[in-house]
Write a protein that binds this ligand. Structure first.
Ligand SMILES: [Zn+2]
Ligand SMILES: [Zn+2]
Length: 311
């Protein structure tokens, strides 16, 4: 064949076609990492289950529990013991993994760390820990009794997400007992369903976010009483400042965590760690941001741009 008959083709560029790392489950991106409204781990689990077309109970049964309990089995087992141990351990873990309280899913415990590790294996993500308080482990603050016993919510946030067609979820901020006000809508968080008057559990085995666990009513509905505006005063301003301050801590957490929260041994450590509320009151009086307060307590952030004065 004479060379003149060859056609010339455009060359292909493969440089932008690098496949992302494979994961066992869909690598669902958590909402709001690095912002005050970062999603909580329990909320992420519910969304992850939903995207895999299953409920959270089956999701935990089929994906979380097997990886969770396998690590806890003895290394050497006879064939009979192995079957018994696996069945016993699986039932035990399944019972444990359905606890509805916030401490169980969000605290700085070994258990939460294990759940996070399993989810990281399944999704291939490295940011799941920011949906819990695990990164706050090294902070010189006492976090005893830090969580609400039930799940409060901001009706205005729910309405806004519904109208903008974005996912309805639970921010980690709402789980903390210190936070009683939405920092964005500047209104108190709701504690009871307006239809059945029942409070909401943190971890819902069924149903969808934004709907009452008991009666299924939409939780974004609200009725402002005539006296609502009268509650706005000095007490409300302080609670709003607390909510905004905790939001700033949550927003700064990934950056502080990357900088590995260098402990400054030169700084005199207080004999007793302050509670989160005491720490926030102290920051408020000093008119400093909570990130700056952490630095004064002996935790350095190399990114000083995150330190801002109270406005
Ligand atoms: Zn809100
Ligand atoms: Zn209800």
């Amino acid at each position: 064949m004479p060379i003149e008959t060859y056609e010339s083709y455009q060359s292909w560029d493969f440089s932008s076609d690098i496949l992302p790392e494979r994961s066992i489950l869909y690598s669902l991106e958590p909402i709001g990492v690095g912002t005050p409204l970062v999603e909580s781990l329990n909320s992420y689990l519910i969304r992850l289950a939903s995207i895999h077309k299953t409920n959270v109970w089956d999701f935990i049964h089929n994906y979380i529990a097997p990886l969770f309990f396998l690590n806890q089995l003895p290394k050497r087992l006879s064939q009979k013991d192995a079957v018994d141990s696996v069945m016993w351990q699986l039932h035990r873990e399944l019972d444990i993994l359905m606890r509805p309280d916030a401490e169980f899913w969000l605290d700085k415990t070994k258990h939460v760390s294990q759940v996070v590790r399993v989810l990281e294996i399944l999704t291939g993500r490295k940011d799941i820990r920011y949906l819990t308080l695990l990164p706050w482990q090294t902070w010189r603050i006492s976090f005893n009794n830090i969580f609400n016993t039930e799940q409060p919510w901001c009706v205005a946030c729910y309405q806004e997400w519904r109208y903008s067609n974005t996912p309805v979820y639970q921010p980690l901020l709402w789980a903390l007992e210190t936070v009683t006000v939405c920092p964005y809508h500047q209104r108190y968080l709701q504690l009871y369903c307006l239809y059945c008057r029942l409070s909401q559990p943190f971890f819902k085995r069924h149903g969808s976010e934004g709907k009452c666990f008991y009666c299924g009513a939409w939780l974004g509905r609200f009725v402002d009483l005539p006296s609502y505006s009268q509650t706005i005063g000095q007490k409300f301003d302080l609670e709003l400042w607390f909510a905004q301050a905790v939001g700033k801590l949550l927003a700064a957490t990934p950056e502080l965590d990357k900088n590995s929260l260098i402990q400054d041994t030169q700084v005199t450590s207080p004999r007793r760690k302050p509670t989160l509320k005491q720490f926030l009151r102290w920051c408020y009086r000093l008119e400093i941001s909570p990130v700056q307060g952490l630095s004064l307590l002996g935790i350095k952030s190399s990114n000083t741009s995150t330190v801002t004065n109270r406005t």
